[in-house]
Design a protein around this ligand. Structure first.
Ligand code: LLP
Length: 437
């Protein structure tokens, strides 16, 4: 993974920083993100598109890891930003992210969220359904303005299977299906609404995708819809947003595709389809998230209790768990781990890594080979940069960990560790329960 290596002390080093020192300085659990690797991933997308298809935009999907510093980084790397809630939009605006490069997604944006987006003048609101289309038109009218939109279309690609079940995806909470005519109906409705300016179409076929064919199929399906819409309504889409989803390496068996190949394949698919239908090539937008930050992040934990059940299993418990990484419990996601303070030691045993939450399902890793483990060791779990901090919770009133960016041997705190004061700051004690001093 990126800049990870062992240093002369026999410790793991990330971005030139000793992981054991980071754990001592910032405490554990700690998310450590390799800033250079994040920037390299951003540039891989941006440069690749600049070479193959200049009429394009790479949009960072901030749901994956949204903080003020990360929004600023995406801005510095000349990317757009995908937000899916008032909270993500607020974070982006506070980071000074240019509103005109923000895309606002979501299947149930509330009226206050939509107003926030209209007032901030975000670049595109990606309308998910017919209800939202009417609501947005009314809100825009109330504000005496017109909003720029894209329509989220469901192209009928099931990216998680090799055999695409083209109608399968009609049954999704997201988007307007092409197959049942809803997408076309939405185009007609959008064109007829005075306060909406429709620019193009969006789709997102899934996440952690290794098969580039899913993308070329989606691109072809979307271009065929661009043609259908142009024939039926005269509207020619100028923008085509193909969403995110490129997979990353977590454990053996994961086969991520190079960003360069991903870009080449979708550019080719769009170009061929545009030629076939005699359409102008639209602006291509992609929205990577996981493939920008996933492999660039690790989580450091301190090992606490170790319990051996003879003949059964050895449980190694750490000071975090499903509160900082809910993915194993939610998706049976698999991770690799090592001991950061014994990085060159050979593995001698099979153990299972338990979290500290009051829940049997709070297991981070089952059956992993590790060197001799002792309380106080620093366990590092790899590839936790995506959907970890952003999905962290306060279950058991655990504190959300701090996040540091590391680069060139320096560590910058970008999210402080939560405090106990913060945990109760919104708690209210009703008057009748208060005790007199
Ligand atoms: N664009 C849209 C409209 C999306 O819904 C998503 C992710 C992305 C872009 C970014 O996709 P990525 O490049 O990260 O695959 N929490 C789950 C993943 C949920 C994905 C949600 N949508 C997980 O931890 O695996």
């Amino acid at each position: 993974y990126g800049s990870m290596k062992s240093n002369p002390a026999g410790h793991l080093e990330i971005g030139g920083c000793d992981a054991v020192t980071l754990a001592a300085e910032f405490g554990t659990p700690l998310y450590v993100m390799d800033e250079e690797q994040i920037r390299a991933n951003c540039r891989a997308y941006v440069h690749s598109f600049a070479r193959h298809y200049p009429n394009s935009e790479v949009v960072y999907a901030s749901k994956v890891f949204s903080t003020v510093a990360m929004c600023r980084l995406a801005e510095e790397e000349n990317m757009g930003l995908d937000v899916v809630s008032g909270g993500e939009l607020y974070t982006a605006l506070q980071a000074g992210f240019p509103a005109d490069r923000i895309y606002f997604h979501g299947n149930n944006k509330t009226a206050p969220e939509l107003l926030m987006a209209i007032d901030a003048k975000v670049g595109r609101i990606v309308v998910d359904n017919l209800h939202e289309l009417e609501l947005l038109n009314e809100l825009a009218a109330a504000r005496k303005t017109a909003v720029s939109i894209m329509l989220r279309v469901s192209p009928g690609i099931d990216a998680h299977t090799h055999h695409y079940i083209k109608t399968g995806m009609i049954d999704s909470k997201f988007g307007l299906a092409i197959a049942n005519g809803q997408a076309l109906a939405a185009v007609r409705a959008a064109l007829a609404r005075e306060n909406l300016a429709v620019h193009g179409f969006h789709c997102h076929i899934g996440s952690q995708i290794f098969d580039l064919k899913s993308y070329t199929e989606a691109a072809e399906s979307m271009m065929s819809f661009v043609r259908e819409a142009s024939v039926q309504t005269g509207f020619i889409a100028k923008e085509l947003n193909l969403g995110g989803g490129l997979g990353i390496f977590y454990t053996e068996g994961d086969t991520p595709q190079p960003i360069e190949r991903f870009v080449q394949e979708i550019v080719k698919a769009v170009t061929v389809a545009a030629g076939r239908y005699d359409l102008p090539r639209p602006k291509i937008i992609v929205e990577p998230g996981r493939s920008i930050v996933g492999e660039a992040g690790v989580t450091l934990y301190t090992v606490g209790s170790i319990k051996e059940i003879p003949g059964v299993r050895k449980y190694v418990a750490v000071d975090g768990g499903m509160t900082d990484n809910p993915r194993p419990a939610l998706y049976q996601a698999q991770y690799e781990a090592a001991l950061a303070n014994k990085i060159n030691h050979v593995s001698v045993q099979t153990v299972s890594i338990a979290g500290k939450c009051c829940e049997s399902g709070d297991m981070l890793i089952w059956d992993i080979e590790l060197p001799v483990v002792e309380p106080g060791d620093i366990l590092v779990v790899a590839a936790t940069g995506a959907y970890n901090y952003s999905m962290a919770s306060n279950y058991n009133r655990n504190l959300r960990p701090a996040v540091v960016f590391v680069q060139n041997g320096k560590a910058d705190l970008i999210v402080r560790r939560e405090t106990y004061e913060a945990i109760i700051q919104n708690d209210v004690l009703p008057e009748r329960m208060r005790k007199l001093p």
